[in-house]
Design a protein around this ligand. Sequence first.
Ligand code: IPE
Ligand code: IPE
Ligand code: MG
Ligand code: MG
Length: 314
Amino acid sequence: MTNHYSLPISFDLEAYLKQKQDLINTNLKRIFDTVKRRSAGSLDAAMAYSIMAGGKRVRPILCLAAAETVADGDITATAMATACALEMIHTYSLIHDDLPAMDNDDIRRGKPTCHVKFNEATAILAGDALLTLAFDVLSDRVTASDKKKTAPSMENQLKIIHMIASAAGWRGMIEGQVQDMESEGKKLDIDALKALHLLKTGALIQAAVMAGVILGGGNHRQMEMMSAYAHNIGLAFQVTDDILNVEGDPVVMGKAAGTDFSRSKNTYPALLGMTDSKDYANELIEKALAALSGFNYRADPLRAIAHYIITRER
Ligand code: IPE
Ligand code: IPE
Ligand code: MG
Ligand code: MG
């Protein structure tokens, strides 16, 4: 995608993403090894299959990056349990999103979807179990990080649990998924489409950033700036997902293209056309970058991630 703005920093995002992905994957694996039954059955296998299938880890990385931007010292150990829980919620949402009753997709993260690899009942239950495991991990004072001294304060922990539950739930991501399903074949206006995208995808991304700010001890002004940043990248993320569904390479994306059109989904390209959709994604990222103008170089990872969100190919 061509950009109207220039990213005023030089930052090795590729190395940064790789380092964070490795860290998150190691910790997710540790959590799964801890909770796995001795003779793991298909539920454990399905959960591990989907979560370790190779997602980009954008939400946990945003949580860590936001925490690092505002924190005084190294906050990674404290933020890691929350970061992992966010990825569990996201992965559960993908397993259910792909089910025959929803988007009916066969490929996700370059592999057969959970219900194709296992079966529908196992996929539903693996999603349920990932969602509840996320709140198990979020509310754990000890085993989440295995180091009691690195746990967030009780107050912050409760705030984060409440915020993530709201964002993922019936007035957040689930409400967005309901609107997505119920509006198939009907034409939404631009305000309704924006509201849908902010819920189905924006809400969890916003919660990921704000959880990081809370964990890092951000002040009120930092909260406001980060909230504006998160709002804009969350929406831009789904606008880009819509764009990629039209012109992305299924092999690179690890999921099918052209499906939004065939299912008569409401998307930005369908409503505005491709050029205006790309312009809009650019505009959102300009706004996200403007929201970060009060931060110094420590917000560079967040700036680079904003840029990545609309230039990614997967
Ligand atoms: C895909 O999310 C679903 C949306 C909410 C748009 P991602 O593009 O973050 O997918 P993974 O986690 O990298 O597979
Ligand atoms: C997925 O949205 C949103 C959630 C899983 C909450 P989409 O259905 O548009 O995403 P993809 O294209 O299947 O990844
Ligand atoms: Mg969907
Ligand atoms: Mg889908």
